[in-house]
Design a protein around this ligand. Structure first.
Ligand code: ADP
Ligand code: MG
Length: 249
């Protein structure tokens, strides 16, 4: 074999080796994510039991000091459960444990349910949810779409000054869902990072405390499964708008 052919053969062998190593490291990565999902799933069970015991304790005769301590304990338990749910979603998404199961459904049935829930949540924070619905059939995964909307709306309610908007628009080619708020907004420099795992901006320290920095990372991974794109428009001090486009099939 001449020198040129020898180099080619060597390169091909190296390429094959690198490909093999990549496949193996992806397999190990998925196995780690699977392990994490199982661990988090198991950890949620005793937390759930603890929640039930605390609820039972709340219904007994308690001094105001004890009641106050139980309320704090319940709030921290709820934070932990939210964190666990986010870790579970992310690790399931990473090992491929969340599958795309599309079906045809009426969008309004889904958005009515979510709007009702988030309207109550907004009122509890002295904010208002404006809901603009449209009646149209969608072909998508209802459970995953709901998760995206819940994550976007919980951010919008958390960051809004006083108003959140959930707006659905249907035309011949696609269906657009906008989730907007009139909150602190996101700077142009920060927008590329908000979908990263654990990224939280310092704009609103109070809202930051209420989060995990995982919601939008989950949104990004789910939107890739749904083959939808999420766009963000925002102005600091004015508010933000997250737009989801679902193509008609
Ligand atoms: N509607 C919004 N208004 C202002 N900032 C937002 C909004 N949605 C997301 N962000 C920014 O993106 C970060 C990441 O969001 P997310 O992944 O949902 O994390 P979390 O809500 O747990 O902080 C937030 O901490 C915040 O800085
Ligand atoms: Mg969030």
């Amino acid at each position: 074999m001449d020198k040129k052919h020898e180099n080619c053969a060597e390169l091909a062998a190296k390429f094959e080796q690198a490909e093999h190593e990549l496949i193996e490291s992806e397999r190990l990565n998925r196995a780690k994510s699977y392990f994490l999902a199982q661990a988090v799933h198991d950890l949620r069970q005793p937390l759930q039991a603890q929640r039930i015991f605390l609820q039972l304790l709340q219904n007994t005769k308690l001094s105001s000091e004890q009641q106050n301590l139980i309320n704090k304990s319940m709030a921290s338990l709820e934070n932990m459960q939210t964190l666990m749910d986010n870790y579970l979603d992310l690790s399931r998404l990473d090992y491929g444990g969340i599958k795309y199961a599309p079906s045809k459904f009426e969008l309004k049935v889904l958005t009515d349910k979510i709007a009702e829930e988030f309207s109550a949540l907004s009122s509890a924070e002295h904010k208002h949810l404006q809901y603009i619905w449209c009646k149209t059939e969608v072909f998508s995964d209802q459970v995953l779409l709901e998760r995206i909307l819940r994550n976007l709306l919980s951010n919008a309610v958390k960051f809004a000054k006083d108003t959140v908007v959930l707006e659905c628009i249907a035309n011949d080619t696609d269906i657009t869902i906008n989730v907007s708020d009139n909150g602190c907004g996101i700077s142009a420099e920060e927008i590329p990072y908000i979908f990263d795992e654990f990224y939280q901006s310092g704009q609103n320290p109070e809202a930051r405390k209420k989060g995990t920095g995982l919601g939008l990372a989950i949104v990004k991974k789910i939107s890739a499964i749904l083959h939808t794109e999420i766009q963000v428009e925002s102005q600091v001090g004015q508010g933000s708008r997250f737009t989801l486009n679902i193509p008609r099939v």
